[in-house]
Write a protein that binds this ligand. Structure first.
Ligand code: AHG
Length: 283
């Protein structure tokens, strides 16, 4: 898989460059979820497609920005599912954004995710890689090269609470759960970009990020293959947990369509235990 990780590093430099250099306006197209595409989404998607075109181990690509599967090397072992520029609507306000990659071997489902990676384009460019072994590793661009700086380890309990979705569409027990965390002293942290929001919770040791099912989006907003499952591996390998609203591990999800979404909760052990209680999930 090293060839894939090296390609992701090259991609990170290129996308960081276009974010800094290019127009952030809208393109003329919509993505497969019906959202208007920013020019940066389209450009980032093209950068990734081009970068993986000659990587022998990559059998196929599935992009959050496109419908369907793009077949590449017939002898390749892995399918890379990616969100080229998550949170791209935050670029115009100059908040951090990121790219997310899930590397699957076999059918596209949680149990076949062999590794995941995400890049953070912020004041620094960082790349985080998780495999099924060991803690996720954080590398940072130092002197023009990615250099490993630390490993992500979550504490049993954190202090941050990040909950997405429109509050008027939350169900009562979700609202109670969130309110109770604030009563307990949790700090609100929510930028509207899942990469920096989930990254912050892991780097600062713990807390919880939720994107619940809501009355307008019963299956949440975040996509299983490109967003939810790759971050589930990060959280579990860092010592935290990642579950859906029924208590199922997100790493056991089986999407029936590449763009399926899922309610999702990522956190340290204490907050996920509290969530199970609030949602009436039996262990
Ligand atoms: P987009 O890429 O359209 O900006 O969406 C960002 C995603 C994800 O990064 C973030 O966690 C979530 O949408 C925020 O959604 P809400 O505003 O509904 O909380």
């Amino acid at each position: 898989m090293n060839d894939i990780f090296e390609t992701i590093k090259t991609i990170a430099f290129e996308i960081d460059h276009v974010i800094k250099a290019e127009d952030v306006g809208y393109s003329d197209s919509e993505n497969s979820s019906g959202e208007d595409q920013l020019k940066l989404d389209v450009q980032s998607d093209l950068i990734i497609e081009k970068a993986f075109a000659d990587v022998a181990s990559v059998k196929a690509l599935v992009s959050e920005e496109k419908e369907g599967v793009l077949e590449l090397s017939p002898t390749g072992k892995y399918t890379v599912c990616y969100d080229p520029l998550d949170g791209s609507s935050l670029v115009d306000v100059n908040l951090s954004v990121g790219s997310i990659f899930g590397i699957y071997e076999g059918e596209l489902e949680g149990k076949n995710l062999v590794a995941s990676a995400y890049t953070v384009y912020g004041p620094r460019v960082e790349l985080i890689i998780a495999t099924r072994k060991g803690k996720p590793k954080v590398s940072r661009v130092i002197d023009g090269k990615f250099q490993e700086v630390f490993e992500l380890t979550m504490n049993e309990k954190g202090i941050f609470n990040a909950s997405g979705g429109t509050q008027q569409n939350w169900c009562d027990y979700h609202k109670t759960f969130i309110d109770d965390l604030f009563e307990e002293g949790y700090h609100l942290r929510y930028s509207g970009g899942m990469v920096p929001d989930l990254h912050q919770i892991m780097v600062k040791g713990g807390g919880i990020f939720s994107y619940p099912g809501t009355s307008d989006k019963p299956n949440g907003k975040l996509r299983q293959l490109f967003e939810v499952i790759p971050f589930a591996l990060m959280y579990e390998q860092a010592g935290g947990q990642a579950i859906n609203n029924k208590g199922m591990r997100l790493l056991e999800l089986v999407p029936s369509h590449p763009h399926d979404t899922s309610p999702c909760f990522f956190g340290s052990n204490y907050e996920i235990t509290a969530l199970r209680e609030a949602y009436g999930i039996k262990v």
